[in-house]
Design a protein around this ligand. Structure first.
Ligand SMILES: [Cu+2]
Length: 94
């Protein structure tokens, strides 16, 4: 997370893999289009605070099932790949 973009913006993983978002600069968070997670300094509903933050936060999430997970920064982006957004493609595991 830097310069108002997620890098890489499209990431393919296998079910069970972990994804780590690391805020390198700026005031950001990461929120799933479907609301399944909202994170920055930890995640909402999981003991953390998903409000956008300029801290150099790191968020780790495990994606257990195949599917496509679009997400965005609620300060600089929006659902549907608008602005500062990305997508994780989770393939079925072996
Ligand atoms: Cu942002």
């Amino acid at each position: 997370v830097s310069s108002f973009q997620f890098t890489p913006s499209r990431l393919e993983i296998e079910a069970g893999d972990r994804v780590i978002w690391r805020n390198a600069e700026g005031f950001h968070n990461v929120q799933a289009d479907d609301g399944s997670f909202r994170c920055a300094e930890g995640c909402d509903r999981e003991g953390g605070d998903g409000d956008p933050s300029a801290a150099l936060w790191t968020v780790t999430r495990t994606f257990g099932s195949a599917g496509t997970v679009p997400y965005f920064c609620e300060v600089h982006g929006g659902p549907g790949g608008t602005g500062m957004a990305g997508v994780i493609v989770v393939r079925a595991g072996r």
